[in-house]
Design a protein around this ligand. Sequence first.
Ligand code: DGJ
Length: 577
Amino acid sequence: MYHLFSKITVPICAFIIVTISACAVNSNVKILNDNKITLPTIVSKNGKHAFLVDNKPYLILGTQTNNSANYPGALKDVWPAVKKTYANTLSIPIAWEQVEPVEGKFDFSFLDSLIKQAQENDVRLTLLWFATWKNNAPHYAPSWVKLDNKRFPRVMKKDGSLLNSMSPLGENTLAADKKAFIELMRYLKVNDPTHTVIMVQVENEVGTYGSKRDFSPLAQKVFEQLVPQALINGLALDKTGNWSEVFGDNADEYFHAWYIARFCQEITVAGKAIKNLPINVNVALRNPFFPGDGYSMGGPTDNVIDLWKIAAPDVDMITPDIYFRDHKTVSKVLELYSRADNPLFVSEIGNDQPYSRYFFSTLGQQGIGFSPFGLDYTDYYNYPLGAKKVDDETIAPFAENYKLLKPMADVWAKLSFEGEVWGVSEPFDTQQSQKKVWNAQATQAEKDSYAENSAKENAHHYTQKLDLGLWDAEVTYGRPMFWIDPPVGNTPSSGGALIAKLSENEFLVTAYRARITFSPSNEITAPYHMVERVEEGHFENGKWIFERVWNGDQTDWGLNFTSRPHVLKVTMAAYHP
Ligand code: DGJ
């Protein structure tokens, strides 16, 4: 048995302890001793993040249920799919209407069943607080809220008509939502001492379709007041004034975003004061390349992330819900939501095959988790966003990813936080053109231009180059395991690769349906180089278990990964004559 981290274990442990004590932002971190079950928390250092669960870096290998799975009777259709997916975490709604059907009378019996069954299934939970906003509307608010527009006002359009989306300026709405959320967190504090619930999402895809803001007389009055100084300072603006004076054409949207973010901030702070769990806010994305103005205004879309960070500093993560299928758009979204002040967690992504490969690029952006939507047997399919059905075939591409990472999830999460990692997904989109969703797909013209070229000229479409420091890596897709035929891509596009640096010359490497070739960068001056050793193995409780050495055909033509999980430790070497 060979311990992969024999050379680096001590510095890593020391670093984690230093890191945790250095993260004053997360004041709830109380690591007293190994036996104490501490709260899950996010720690950040040098622009990188770790999600600590049970004191250890945790990688969310998640799935999210369909919307109406939040009742004990539905759970029997959830766990079998979670198991088949090899998920370690389930995201599931908890609705305001179900916990407070009558004002002031709370019923959390669903959570009794949910938490018990999650423990029996060895799965952690993230709860989704469906309340004032569930994709724009208050559908999940209790009737005493959603039918009383006087007490709980909706957004008014410019023409005076109402939208079925709550105004973020409704003080009663905030007070009532906050009260119920506090009860939820109190329930968790009392009834979930071992933190089966590791994160809570505030609201769901907040924002409003159909108006850039609330134009009611109340909102108009606030709109004409000075922009809050905190926002002026936070954005380092050199002028003050009312919203129109400061933000011009963007004033309506920024105003709405600010007050929705402040609403979420208040809910978050109130909840954290009871039980200090990580809080995320998910976002109905706008297309980063063709935003238009038909998206959910006021939510944390890419143009207002900075504003949201200023307005809602206690929200730990703004998390993208990805329903774009094409590589270019998904890559851009991952880049936009992976920031020094925002750990990347893909809180939703479509459950169809083309999306599964983005697990690799999510981890390549130091993602702390990935959670495809609607992977359960409750008999609902959100095609064309997701798959047309949920069966073994639908689950398989997601399951193979989690099967590969599950034995080394903590190892990966630690390397991602402390070291350098890379992850890429196959770049060429092979999906059949189908009903367009928000300009998500490659145009026909783009596809045609690829088709005209020869295989060699096309190779770059299926090739990615990574700068690993002293060494470079090339990842190619769809080529035979033996010899040098150019890559032609997989059909369907489904490959992905992960690399983590263990030392300057040592890498942990895994992939599906890809060839990975290492070569020296110009930082290496020695004229000769070689693959010194490639070990195949696996991890058990964080320890590397050696299985065999790859050599000969297995290394002469690069490292060729198929649909079987293989984890390698690669040592490269350079030498002088
Ligand atoms: C995004 C939402 O957050 C989900 O709850 C769900 O409604 C999907 N859209 C569509 O199935």
